[in-house]
Design a protein around this ligand. Structure first.
Ligand SMILES: [Zn+2]
Length: 410
């Protein structure tokens, strides 16, 4: 699969992965053993907290590099890294506050993926400023230290071509209203990402605390605009769907992870009908596949409605519609220009899965009818990072990742 001739290759703009926790690639597949009780997002989160109990900066850099290699091979050329693992094993900051951010930047430099780094503000364990729990100790900052971390993160990405830094209040569970205002005022431009309404328990807890649902509460602050990317927004009312669309925010959907965690299904049909903007992310990185992310997004809508071709306008290609929506939403969420050069992805136009297909039918075949990624070449800026379907630095990244996995799982 070394197809690089433009006459045969099928060229696409590089896609933006608008939501990733790179380190979680290291625990992919380790949470698929049934628990003794009911398994949910919350029991998965306990496993995740135990996994990070041992992760060093070297481990995080190795795992992130592996995840980024896989993203590039899947057709993602930029990642919005929602980065909350900040501190040392005992919860104390590293001597360099941005140690972990520098490791994420190093993984991006090694692999060549574009980076929007989103340092996360995490201060509390529940609505109304509840004290954090032990498993969260490596995430925690107050507002002042967070703003210092953000400054240090800007320095950490300075040498990376095209990189930028946004802000990410983790969720309404983890920050207070005062903190939301403080960080939005302190950082008046650039992307703002937040997890919201992923789980029904989260919605119920927010209601019990405030009398409102999370999205209703957040929209009521008046803060949300086109800078914002609302990650998941799974459990929303028709009014909230209309409100998010009207605010111009991007909804960040991660259909593979949302299926894996049993989150639920976002009402994408009415949201798109209201001209809502959306993009896709790989979130837990349990499986990194752009085609499957788009396919799962459409299939969720089909399964819940028992109908077909849900996300394209009448007579239009679903594959093309999903790709274009995700690219536009991803660019907005990453804070890049509407027409920004996000790099180039070549699919193997000679692949048997695309035989006889032309135009948008090739995108439909890629998204719905191929078990292979079909990506043969990827360029980011002037750097060719994938050739013949394989990242040019894969061997070294794999060796380092394998050593870390052997250590962590031993
Ligand atoms: Zn997430």
């Amino acid at each position: 699969m070394t197809m690089t001739s433009s006459a045969v290759a099928f060229r696409l703009p590089g896609m933006i992965n608008l939501h990733s926790h790179a380190f979680q690639r290291g625990m992919a597949g380790l949470t698929e053993r049934a628990g003794m009780g009911e398994d949910s997002f919350w029991t998965w989160r306990e496993v995740m907290y135990r996994f990070i109990d041992r992760l060093t900066p070297d481990d995080v850099e190795a795992i992130a590099a592996m995840a980024y290699v896989e993203m590039l091979e899947a057709g993602y050329t930029r990642v919005c890294e929602f980065h909350y693992l900040h501190h040392d094993l005992d919860g104390r900051p590293y001597a360099n506050l941005a140690e972990m951010a520098e490791r994420i930047a190093a993984a991006a430099a090694t692999t060549g993926i574009g980076l929007t780094l989103l340092p996360v503000l995490y201060s509390h364990s529940g609505f109304g400023g509840q004290p954090p729990v032990a498993g969260q100790r490596r995430f925690l900052n107050d507002t002042d230290r967070y703003l210092r971390l953000r400054e240090a993160t800007l320095a950490a990405v300075k040498a990376l071509p095209g990189a930028n830094v946004g802000i990410a209040p983790h969720s309404l569970r983890a920050v207070t209203l005062d903190q939301l205002h403080a960080v939005s005022n302190a950082v008046p431009a650039g992307p703002v990402h937040i997890h919201i309404a992923e789980q029904e328990k989260e919605v119920a807890d927010c209601r019990a605390w405030s009398g409102r649902t999370p999205v209703e509460w957040l929209l009521g602050t008046g803060l949300v605009d086109a800078r914002w990317c609302l990650i998941h927004a799974t459990h929303v009312t028709p009014d909230e769907v209309a409100g998010m669309a009207a605010a111009g925010a991007v909804v960040g959907l991660c259909p593979i992870t949302e299926a894996n965690l049993g989150d639920g299904i976002f009402p994408a049909v009415p949201f798109i009908g209201a001209s809502g903007r959306l993009g896709v992310g790989t979130d837990s990185n349990v499986l990194i596949s752009l085609a499957e992310e788009l396919r799962t997004l459409e299939y969720g809508q089909r399964l819940s409605s028992r109908q077909r071709t849900k996300l394209a306008p009448r007579g239009q290609s679903v594959g093309r519609t999903l790709f274009d929506l995700a690219l536009a939403g991803g660019r907005q969420a990453a804070g890049t220009a509407v027409d920004a050069d996000t790099g180039t992805v070549h699919l193997d136009g000679a692949a048997i899965e695309l035989a006889g297909r032309s135009g948008d039918a090739r995108l439909d075949a890629w998204v719905f009818a191929s078990a292979r990624p079909l990506v043969c070449e990827v360029r980011v800026g002037d750097r060719r990072v994938v050739d013949g379907g394989r990242h040019i630095g894969r061997a070294a990244v794999e060796a380092r990742f394998a050593a870390v996995m052997t250590k962590l799982c031993g």
